[in-house]
Design a protein around this ligand. Structure first.
Ligand SMILES: [Zn+2]
Length: 235
């Protein structure tokens, strides 16, 4: 499968043709179901692109956002607008939790930090956040099958053992999603995609990363322009 918006749309069409109904975490669907999950590691802009495609297909998914990222700042005006637009398209927004931000290795303290971050997002956006996914989880955390009470842990065994999980991590589908969908072998699918890898055209991973790095230079320049008068006269 190509990492293009068209290919992603085709995937959604294929899901529908094969009678998979989109559900969100915590929802119980009838018949064949699919949970669409997106981890927003680098770009909210890309997440919105995917959110629009899903909305056009009348499908809903969950976008997991980081609040501790150096790539985007959820508190900035721009980010808030992106996230509100994603939510406005009918999707869920969950917490993408980066345990490496904290130097802790006991479960109670990790849980405490997850709840704190959830509270921060809920207050910032004024909507309920009740799902969490882990950003590059350690084996320790994966083994724990973390029970968070009312908050759904997308890594809990229910979403792995009772559903067929496939992911495009590192821009590489370890299993072909198309084959899994058409095989009719699985009643429930749990599909993780990273919006960062998708674009209008098919591109190499190297090209995507180079574009991202170069684009950041322009972004920084524009932000500086809003903060330093007559920036163009200085440099
Ligand atoms: Zn991640």
């Amino acid at each position: 499968m190509e990492f293009t918006y068209n290919a992603y749309k085709e995937l959604l069409i294929l899901l529908k043709e094969n009678n998979y109904h989109d559900i969100i975490y915590g929802e119980k669907g009838n018949g064949k179901t699919v949970i669409l999950r997106h981890d927003v590691d680098y770009s909210l802009e890309k997440a919105l692109d995917i959110a629009i495609i899903e909305n056009e297909m009348d499908m809903k998914s969950t976008y997991f956002i980081l609040i501790s990222s150096d790539f985007y700042n959820v508190f900035s005006k721009k980010s808030i607008e992106f996230i509100q637009r994603i939510k406005g398209l009918g999707h869920e927004v969950g917490l993408h939790f980066d345990e490496k931000k904290y130097n802790i290795n006991n479960i109670d303290d990790i849980k405490k930090e997850i709840f704190t971050e959830i509270k921060i997002i809920s207050q910032l956006f004024n909507f309920k956040v009740n799902t969490v996914s882990m950003h590059r989880p350690s084996q320790f955390l994966l083994n724990e099958n973390l029970d968070l009470g009312n908050v759904i842990n997308s890594y809990s065994q229910a979403y792995f053992k009772e559903m067929k999980y496939i992911s495009d991590s590192r821009m590489n589908w370890r299993e072909n999603p198309v084959e899994n969908i058409i095989s009719n072998n699985y009643k429930n699918l749990h599909i993780l995609t990273h919006p960062f890898w998708y674009a209008n055209e098919s591109e190499t991973m190297e090209h995507k990363i180079e574009m991202f790095i170069n684009g950041a230079k322009n972004e920084r320049y524009e932000t500086l322009k809003n903060n330093i008068t007559d920036l163009e006269k200085i440099i």
